[in-house]
Design a protein around this ligand. Structure first.
Ligand code: ADP
Length: 475
């Protein structure tokens, strides 16, 4: 177990949190934190959080039965009878806030460099790219998947050990103030904003609201930290202009501090490009296709350069990064079908960027077949965004278009408006219907692209195609 846990007493935790001491031995040391009584609790401090569906205060006895050495509860809550008086019990007003406060303290127990990544799309990929680069040089901690909120990010920081020299932390948000709070917890040395797009517009009141929420990172970050932003993303740059602080920009255009030159698409193998920085260029390859991944690579490179990482190490990290499940993942199926599984999630910015990459992958005469599911949480912008999605599908030259969800007919209308023959469009209810409809339409050599919001479950179509056509040879 990590040294920080060995060295930290319950008394120290209570003092850091200004928690009310209810019972137990202040010299107890925990083996970590547990938030779910179904998982390991032995020797841990069970942190009672209240979520939308569960309230962990209902599971305190269970946590103790499973060996928890302490409980952190919300003040005023009724406690179950505790037979063992050595069990530490602490009470705080707001357990989620306290989790962040302890994580903020924890972050400074080891002299690490922290890189934080936020943005509307590409956070996880950029975070993984940065982590791959940094981990080549020094032991690096990073969030698993997208444990990126006010619970996931602190829990990631509690995995910090004394051997770590760097941490790469993804920051997600659904509402105003969240990025500010996460920035305060992580106290980053480098903050990266990948882009701003119409995502979560429902809760944030349009694109300007999204941009304002993202630049909270810039407003809260320490003055000595570096800020890295996508200079090609106009809504982001407009919001950055209001922050009055120097930034490092990355992008395709030469005006950016770090930019790409001579981008060469290598089909499903990704890209080669020259990274231009400080008057010099460095050859790079990205082993994942999709133009969005060149932006992600540039953002990752810019963050690494801020930490004075050598360009050779950056090149090696970008070459080694092999992509992530469901994010523009290339799968070869039987009958020479090339499946691009982008079913992890969707929003208008991600869709627009990824559709632009299909043409390059279809080179050599592959027919394009596109299956899209609804993009959720867009509020008033939903109708327009789905029509626009349909238009963009037509622009790819797709042979077939399948649309699923409540907004399927809006996507259909947009596609027809842009000139797609109506008999090449199929409106279906859900993922299962899409799978059933798509199979008979497919021919040898097709390129299939699947994308939708996670809750649309289009990964079912991807798995179904895999089962139907079997694994194929790499073309
Ligand atoms: P996030 O963590 O922000 O959700 P991911 O890295 O998980 O982003 O990628 C999710 C999806 O977003 C990908 O499948 C792809 O469709 C799209 N995407 C990734 N990077 C970018 C980018 N830089 N610009 C636009 N879209 C992107």
């Amino acid at each position: 177990m990590a040294l920080i846990w060995h060295e930290t007493t319950a008394g120290r935790i209570a003092e850091t949190l200004k928690a009310r001491w209810i019972q137990g031995d202040p010299d107890v040391r925990f083996q970590g934190i547990a938030t779910d009584s179904r998982q390991t609790c032995q020797g841990r401090l069970f942190w009672a959080l209240k979520g939308e569906r569960f309230d962990a205060h209902d599971f305190l006895e269970q946590a103790v039965a499973k060996g928890a050495s302490g409980l952190l509860v919300q003040s005023g809550r009724t406690l179950p009878p505790l037979t063992r008086e050595e069990i530490v019990v602490l009470a705080v007003e707001d357990p989620i806030r306290s989790l962040g406060n302890l994580a903020a303290w924890w972050r400074h127990q080891v002299p690490i460099k922290v890189v934080a990544v936020t943005g509307s799309a590409g956070k996880t990929t950029t975070k993984e790219m940065i982590a791959t680069i940094l981990n080549l040089g020094e032991k690096t901690l990073w969030n698993e998947g997208n444990l990126n909120n006010l619970i996931g990010l602190p829990l990631t920081l509690f995995r910090l050990e004394t051997e770590h020299h760097c941490a790469v932390l993804e920051m997600g948000m659904n509402r105003k103030g969240e990025i500010a709070a996460l920035t305060e917890i992580a106290d980053p040395d480098v903050g990266v904003i990948t882009n701003v797009g119409p995502v979560h517009t429902e809760g944030l009141g349009g694109l300007a609201g999204v941009a304002a929420a993202k630049v909270e990172m810039i407003e809260r970050i320490r003055s000595t930290a570096s800020v890295v932003v996508n200079g090609d993303n106009q809504p982001l740059m407009e919001a950055v202009a209001g922050c009055n602080r120097p930034v490092v920009t990355f992008g395709f255009t030469p005006g950016n501090t770090v930019h790409a030159e001579r981008i060469e698409a290598r089909g499903h193998e990704g890209f080669a490009f020259d990274l231009a920085y400080g008057g010099r260029t460095y050859p790079m390859t990205v082993s994942v296709p999709g133009l969005q991944n060149v932006w992600n690579a540039l953002g990752a490179a810019a963050a690494a350069l801020c930490l004075t990482i050598h360009p050779d190490q950056i090149a090696e990290g970008l070459r080694l990064f092999k992509g992530m499940h469901g994010r523009f993942e290339i799968l070869f199926l039987g009958s020479n079908i090339l499946l691009v599984d982008d079913t992890y999630n969707a929003n208008p910015l991600a869709l627009d960027t990824t559709l632009a990459s299909l043409e390059g992958l279809a080179a050599g005469g592959r027919r394009i077949v596109i299956g899209l599911g609804d993009m959720l949480e867009l509020g008033d912008a939903a109708l327009h965004a789905h029509r626009e999605a349909g238009r963009r599908v037509t622009e790819t030259g797709a042979e077939w278009f399948l649309a699923a969800g409540r907004h399927a007919s809006d996507m259909q209308a947009g596609a027809i408006e842009a000139g797609m023959p109506p008999d090449h469009i199929r409106v279906v209810a859900d993922a299962a219907a899409m799978l059933e409809t798509i199979v008979p339409l497919l021919r040898q050599g097709d390129l299939v692209f699947l994308k939708g919001s996670r809750r649309m479950g289009l990964d079912l179509v991807s798995r179904g195609l895999h089962e139907t056509f079997g694994e194929g040879e790499q073309a």
